[in-house]
Design a protein around this ligand. Structure first.
Ligand SMILES: NC(=O)c1ccc[n+]([C@@H]2O[C@H](COP(=O)([O-])OP(=O)(O)OC[C@H]3O[C@@H](n4cnc5c(N)ncnc54)[C@H](O)[C@@H]3O)[C@@H](O)[C@H]2O)c1
Length: 330
């Protein structure tokens, strides 16, 4: 069994390749070639935590099977530990043995960035120059990397109400490739970030919309990454009526989990019929892309286990080629 660290994943799995692999993951999902059981959630009340098990089977030329284990232990930070540790187990689809164990936190960061990257690549205007990123937390670096990998941007404005963490985030990455290629600005207000932006990504823990639909320019592309519970809403519901194309990673998962869609549907300000489809259908060419340079496009993702298994299989394949990771035997 191969053990692969987060640092190794970062080297083995560049964002550009992750974006292409993610398009394939979404395509296989929308073609019905995957099996994704409901995730199992085991609360550990004694320690104020929960452990989530997210398995998936991906039927491709070479089938893949795996499971991501994500824990949420809110008291961890006080003990100097991350609150959301994560690990991925990859199973050999030929014989059922576990063939790899890898850092699930880094894998998730890359695959989540790559989901927005895939949508941006498929939907954003090719002449996009300005980006806006909402949220300067754990996902931010990867969302930013995906945005500037998908399009050649000149400037990205980052907004986070915790302005000090926003500035610290920019300082930490600004001199590093590929971030040094763009001008990074810590926006003072959400409006300052979003006005004139061609690509807007929200990856926040917000419970209320993080920018106003009135400030979104015609032709903009929007990625909604953060909201994954009926209490978390980061997209202005009016965006759903402004957008000419609305894509999701999984329509069923988004409608079950995210207040970004649950609330407008409940309040009847938006109809399910207005959802264009799943990003996998766009990737497969069975659903249409951007119709004009003025059209607003929107992608909402809550994340599906198929992304994890496709990413894990890619990382494992590359680790074997480059002789990376540490082999252990039971
Ligand atoms: N779609 C997916 O597949 C997927 C995968 C992983 C994580 N997520 C979700 O993405 C979100 C971000 O993840 P993270 O790890 O970066 O979380 P994090 O807690 O590290 O950071 C969240 C950031 O959002 C900021 N924020 C809160 N309200 C805001 C607002 N109104 N405007 C701008 N910023 C605001 C916070 O200050 C914080 O810096 C979380 O909700 C997470 O669960 C989604």
């Amino acid at each position: 069994m191969l053990v692969i660290s987060g640092e190794e994943i970062r080297t083995l799995y560049p964002m550009k390749d992750a974006i292409e692999a993610t398009k394939r993951a979404f395509r296989l999902f929308s073609e019905g070639k995957t099996h994704v059981p409901l995730r199992t959630n085991l609360p550990v009340k004694e320690n104020n935590g929960q452990v989530l098990f997210m398995p998936a089977f991906v039927g491709d030329e070479k089938p893949a099977v795996g499971i991501k284990i994500v824990s949420v232990f809110v008291d961890n930070p006080a003990k100097g530990l991350p609150a959301v540790p994560s690990t991925v187990l990859l199973v050999d689809a030929e014989n059922g043995f576990v063939k790899a164990l890898m850092n699930g936190t880094v894998l998730t960061q890359i695959r989540t960035g790559a989901a927005s990257g895939a949508a941006t690549d498929l939907l954003a205007r090719h002449d996009s120059k300005v980006g806006a990123l909402f949220g300067a937390g754990g996902q931010a670096e990867f969302q930013l990397e995906a945005m500037i990998t998908a399009r050649t941007l000149e400037e990205v404005r980052v907004f986070d109400p915790r302005i000090e963490s926003c500035r610290a985030f920019i300082d930490r990455i600004k001199d590093r490739e590929p971030f040094s290629r763009v001008r990074l600005v810590a926006a003072e207000t959400s409006d300052e970030a979003v006005r004139g932006a061609d690509i807007i990504t929200a990856a926040t823990t917000a419970r209320r919309p993080v920018f106003s639909a009135d400030s979104v320019k015609p032709g903009a592309h929007i990625n909604g990454v953060g909201s994954y519970t009926p209490e978390m809403q980061e997209l202005d519901p009016r965006l759903l009526n402004l957008a000419g194309k609305i894509y999701m990673d999984s329509i069923d998962a988004v409608l079950a989990e995210s207040a970004d869609l649950i609330n407008p549907l409940k309040e009847k300000t938006f109809s399910r019929d207005s959802i264009t489809g799943e990003l996998g259908e766009l990737a497969a060419g069975t659903k249409p892309g951007r119709a004009s340079s003025e059209e607003i496009t929107l992608f909402k993702t809550v994340g599906i286990a198929v992304q994890d298994v496709v990413a894990a299989e890619e990382i494992f394949r590359r680790a074997e080629i480059h002789k990376a990771g540490k082999t252990i035997s039971f």
